[in-house]
Design a protein around this ligand. Sequence first.
Ligand SMILES: NC(=O)c1ccc[n+]([C@@H]2O[C@H](COP(=O)([O-])OP(=O)(O)OC[C@H]3O[C@@H](n4cnc5c(N)ncnc54)[C@H](O)[C@@H]3O)[C@@H](O)[C@H]2O)c1
Ligand SMILES: O=C(O)C(=O)C[C@]1(C(=O)O)C=C[C@@H](O)C=C1
Length: 310
Amino acid sequence: MSGGGAPIYNRVALIGLGLIASSMYWAMKRGGVAGHVTGYARSEETRETARRIGLCDTVCDSAEDAVAGADLVVLAVPVGAMGTVAEAIAPHLAPGATVTDVGSVKKEVIAAVGPHIPEGVHFVPGHPLAGTEHSGPESGFSTLFDNRWCLIVPVAGSDPDAVARLTGFWQALGALTDEMDAEHHDLVLAVTSHTPHLIAYTMVGVADDLRRVTDSEVIKYSAAGFRDFTRIAASDPTMWRDVFLTNKEATLEILGRFTEELFALQRAIRKGDGEHLHAYFTRTRAIRRGIIEAGQDTDAPDFGRVKMDR
Ligand SMILES: NC(=O)c1ccc[n+]([C@@H]2O[C@H](COP(=O)([O-])OP(=O)(O)OC[C@H]3O[C@@H](n4cnc5c(N)ncnc54)[C@H](O)[C@@H]3O)[C@@H](O)[C@H]2O)c1
Ligand SMILES: O=C(O)C(=O)C[C@]1(C(=O)O)C=C[C@@H](O)C=C1
């Protein structure tokens, strides 16, 4: 972490003031990572909230004002709005500035933003793999990125110094960093984040339909597994609508494989094929244990319990 050394960027502009931007602001302040931080959100109400809670050193009434003189501009709006925002700020970007984004999808964001980035301005996309089901300017906290991955996704011709500086910035916010190309990123995230969210949304929807039949029993007596699904399914509808509309190809590919496996399990249940079910669950349990042994999920609530099982 920067820990009070020289700031990595003198002036940072946050466009969109929700969970990710507000967490970035508090983490920047914690580590002395940035000099002055400006912020802009589309709605007057969000800007007022930001001013009230001291989110950003200056809250601007236009994106153009926010980016003026910034050496780092962070696009932290829903994926579907990235292109429009980039187009609006493009004429006001300072020469030599870096524009990055935090969008959950990379290929379509790069296609939407890239063409608007002027000559002499660097574009280095990124994606912190950290979040919660909450959204808006009051949902952020300084430790969100601690020990979480942030994937840096350089585009063709990305300036290596700009990439290295942004990488150092994310590390100073507490994150672990890695580089990945956009196509691979979108496939990996379809497996680890996007399809699981869709499944959670579906399961909660199914239970809600059932609730009408069983008169609230499903929700009332929901076990921990289902409650975890409801947390995920409470995630922001705009953000997730945009994720599925923009990571269509990879999500449909993974959903296709998921459906095949589900049918195989369904068949095993119908035929009473306990061997199939047991072998399948044994394989997936080993995956979970492997993650924990690799130390990649040490803050999971059941970490200690799984260790004690052995
Ligand atoms: N929430 C997560 O778990 C998570 C994790 C990693 C990355 N992301 C990505 O980060 C980005 C922001 O997500 P978030 O969770 O902070 O969302 P959020 O809903 O908390 O905040 C989004 C902000 O953008 C503003 N906004 C929307 N459209 C705008 C526009 N056209 N112009 C200006 N401002 C606009 C909203 O008013 C809000 O302030 C998204 O692209 C999302 O995919 C989210
Ligand atoms: O922890 C959560 O609530 C999240 O959904 C965070 C999560 C994820 O799926 O892991 C969601 C979207 C992102 O783009 C990155 C992280």
